[in-house]
Design a protein around this ligand. Structure first.
Ligand code: NAG
Ligand code: NAG
Ligand code: CA
Length: 367
């Protein structure tokens, strides 16, 4: 055998060993292909680019690190959970308060109850209630298993808390593996404050993320990030218990969704794969390769930093208006938008401030 042949067989053996190693040790199992999905071919925004999000006022710059969500109580006090473990609040007089330190880097969606308490989804600790005098863990286990990766929460007027679990398989730090595997491990749960029991309302969701209730509480909306869609689940009326598509083929992966005072919703949309790399989602072997190398995962996350996008959608599922930062210059990885007193408050997993955007008045309907 010549020198060249020996070398090539060695390389071949090495390659086969590498492939076997990757398939055997890959952290994902039997991934589903997302051919012709928004991940492999971006969907154009239905509304022209406006870079409006480049004009936000930066609140608390340097104080809040990568807040995933923002909540405003009825008195106008704003709450944000910082990656450094602090829950901060902004008072009406403009002063920031380091309110509580939860020593956690995994706080995600929040909401304020009618009692004025803050509910926090902690992807590691579970569902938490934070009052002036302390922290209560409301839910840390569901049907005997640890509650992990609680993502977003909303309170109904009867005190029930509806909250999402993004993935029962992968944790917050490995969220990208859930997307690569593309098997539905998400859930919608309901916490009953009378019995302290938690029940599973929906299962097999594709990365269950934002949850919002309609103004009349007849239905809730739950978003499935890597499906680029949101579902409507009826809680009351003749369709009670039924689930239907609410939004699909969105121009980004939906993150948190919040009810606006006028009954419409604000939906944060994340950018998908970096331009030209979406093909990874149409090959099982490439998915395994990316999943096996943290540095490749980081490359695949790159799309998130390219853009910020938020959509205002009506109860009929129509997009009414959108604001974006098409260059990701001021805002990117935008995960939540909350309307309060004609302003939009914006949170980002890659930002050290809360964005504040005065909302332009909507033109009155002409018909
Ligand atoms: C702002 O309001 C908060 C809450 O009422 C209060 O604790 C704080 O002292 C006030 N700060 C200033 C500068 O007035
Ligand atoms: C629910 O939990 C609270 C404390 O978090 C407790 O005071 C109450 O007794 C519990 N209720 C039931 C029915 O277990
Ligand atoms: Ca979220």
């Amino acid at each position: 055998m010549g020198w060249f042949a020996a070398c090539s067989s060695l390389v071949l053996v090495g390659l086969v060993a590498l492939v076997v190693q990757i398939l055997y040790f890959s952290p994902i199992q039997d991934p589903i292909l997302l051919e012709n999905s928004p991940l492999s071919s971006p969907i154009a925004s239905p509304i022209p680019i406006n870079n409006k999000l480049q004009t936000v006022i930066k609140l608390g710059e340097g104080l809040v690190k990568d807040p995933e969500d923002v909540s405003v109580d009825k008195d106008g006090v704003l709450y944000a959970c910082s990656r450094d473990g602090w829950i901060l609040r902004l008072h009406r007089n403009g002063s920031w308060e380091h309110w509580k330190n939860l020593h956690s880097s995994t706080m995600l969606g929040t909401t304020i109850t009618t009692q004025g308490d803050l509910i926090v989804c902690d992807a590691d600790k579970g569902l938490l209630k934070i009052k002036e005098d302390g922290v209560t863990v409301l839910v840390s286990q569901v049907k005997g298993s640890k509650l992990s990766f609680a993502d977003d929460v909303i309170e109904a007027s009867d005190g029930s808390l509806y909250f999402s679990v993004a993935s029962t398989k992968f944790d917050f730090h490995n969220w990208y593996l859930d997307l690569l595997e593309a098997r539905p491990h998400g859930q919608l749960l309901k916490y009953n404050p009378i019995t302290n029991q938690t029940s599973i309302l929906m299962d097999n969701l594709g990365f269950a993320n934002g949850v919002a209730l309609s103004k009349d509480e007849h239905y809730l909306v739950i978003c499935e990030s890597w499906k680029y869609s949101c579902l409507r689940h009826w809680l009351k009326g003749e369709k009670k218990g039924k689930t239907e598509t609410f939004l699909e083929n969105l121009p980004g992966a939906p993150d948190n969704i919040n009810l606006a005072p006028d009954g419409t919703f604000w939906l944060a949309l994340l950018q998908g794969s970096p331009e030209g790399l979406g093909f990874v989602h149409s090959s099982k072997i490439l998915k395994h390769v990316v999943a096996s190398f943290p540095s490749l995962i980081e490359v695949m996350k790159g799309g998130l930093y390219k853009k910020a996008m938020v959509a205002n959608v009506g109860g009929d599922g129509q997009i009414i208006r959108m604001f974006d930062d098409n260059e990701g210059k001021v805002m990117n990885v935008l995960t939540s938008a909350v309307e309060f007193e004609d302003h939009l408050y914006l949170a980002s997993l890659n930002g050290n401030f809360i964005g504040k955007l005065p909302l332009p008045k909507l033109a009155a309907p002409t018909n």
